[in-house]
Write a protein of this length. Structure first.
Length: 145
């Protein structure tokens, strides 16, 4: 007579594999930063800093003044058209989830210098950054809070 045994529960190998998969999913899930406010703040700082650097480069490369200004949640870059004596907007960056205040709209010149020295503050509920533009064209970002 043949008897068959039925196993109740899981084997050690099955349990180990299931726990390994759960641990892997937890590690992957925790690596994602679920903090949109902080992310929006850091993205805005990088966009403004790169817009200022690009404005300085364009001014030197094209031999025309380039201005960076801020309107509501937008960072605008404009080149000066000497024939028509007006500023022509070349790019417009949307800065989501942050508040921007600037003391001036810096104008970069072909010599690499800047007039209208500026202090730009970028903030939201997750913190405050300050970007300063020196007369030499140096751009410095720093976290205030």
């Amino acid at each position: 007579m043949k008897t068959t045994k039925y196993h109740n529960g899981y084997s050690l190998l099955e349990t180990t594999m299931a726990l390994s998969i759960v641990a892997l999913l937890v590690l992957i899930g925790s690596s994602f930063n679920l903090n949109p406010g902080k992310h929006q703040l850091e993205v805005a700082v990088r966009k403004i800093h790169s817009s200022l650097s690009l404005a300085r480069f364009r001014s030197i490369h094209r031999q025309v003044p380039v201005k960076v200004s801020f309107e509501e949640n937008f960072c605008l870059m404009a080149e000066f058209d000497s024939q028509n004596a007006q500023w022509i907007t070349k790019s417009r960056e949307f800065l989501e989830g942050v508040k921007i205040s600037a003391t001036n709209a810096p104008i970069f010149y072909p010599q690499g210098t800047v007039s209208n020295l500026a202090t730009i503050k970028i903030s939201n509920s997750r913190g405050l950054y300050q970007i300063t533009v020196a007369i030499t064209g140096r751009i410095k970002s720093s976290r205030i809070e």
